[in-house]
Write a protein that binds this ligand. Structure first.
Ligand code: HEM
Length: 182
């Protein structure tokens, strides 16, 4: 994945646990990189190693780390200069979720080698919808729960998320039931 992702993991750990903890995580992940270059593409395996090592050092499950990371990502990308692109993607949570694929296609201009996720909304009612998540990668679903939490904060909207279909359990793709209230 692009360095921007690894950089966000680094900043999240440093912000929440300090630089020494990050050093320990990096050692276990066997990476020498001092700084990740946002626009350079790195092997997915490195990102997975960083998450696994963080899980070991922080004594938390990889799913918990991914969920925290998803939440952090919304704030982080806003600060890294992508806030305007997110502004363009919608004025409230359901509109924004409907535009996630457009957002990632626009990002494809900046990150040409990106393998973006794909999202689809269905069964939309007044305060609920189902969010379908399709990915080239395995094991990223907890990140989506965290992303939805982060987006709730962005739109000052109370969000409840339940995963109702899980690829890890043999489903064709992941589905999240999202309930929201402004
Ligand atoms: C402007 C803000 C955003 C930027 C700059 C951004 C950029 C990226 C980048 C660079 C990747 C790595 C893909 C690769 O290297 O192949 C990625 C992956 C991902 N993004 Fe975004 N993204 C943004 C917002 C969002 C939001 C709001 C969501 C909410 C659902 C989201 C969901 C994901 C997911 C789930 C992945 C994991 C990739 C996978 O499933 O394979 N992103 N994004």
């Amino acid at each position: 994945m692009y360095g921007l992702v690894n950089k966000a993991i680094q900043e999240m750990v440093c912000d929440h646990y300090g630089a020494e903890t990050w050093k320990a995580i990096k050692t276990i992940a066997e990476t020498e990189a001092d700084n990740f270059i946002s626009l350079e593409s790195y092997p997915d395996d490195l990102t997975h190693r960083l998450v696994k090592s963080a899980s070991q050092v922080l004594q938390r499950s990889t799913a918990d780390i991914m969920e925290d990371f998803g939440k952090y990502w919304v704030e982080f990308t806003g600060q890294e200069g992508y806030g305007e692109m997110m502004d363009l993607a919608g004025n409230d949570l359901p509109e924004f979720l409907d535009n996630l694929d457009d957002l990632h296609s626009r990002l494809g201009v900046i990150f040409p080698k990106m393998q973006p996720p794909s999202f689809q909304c269905s069964d939309q009612q007044l305060n609920t919808l189902n969010l379908h998540y399709y990915s080239h990668r395995q094991g990223m679903a907890p990140m989506v729960s965290g992303l939805l939490e982060g987006l709730g904060e962005r739109f000052t909207t109370c969000v409840e998320v339940t995963q109702t279909q899980d690829r890890e359990q043999g489903a064709d793709h992941d589905v999240f039931s999202v309930t929201y209230q402004r």
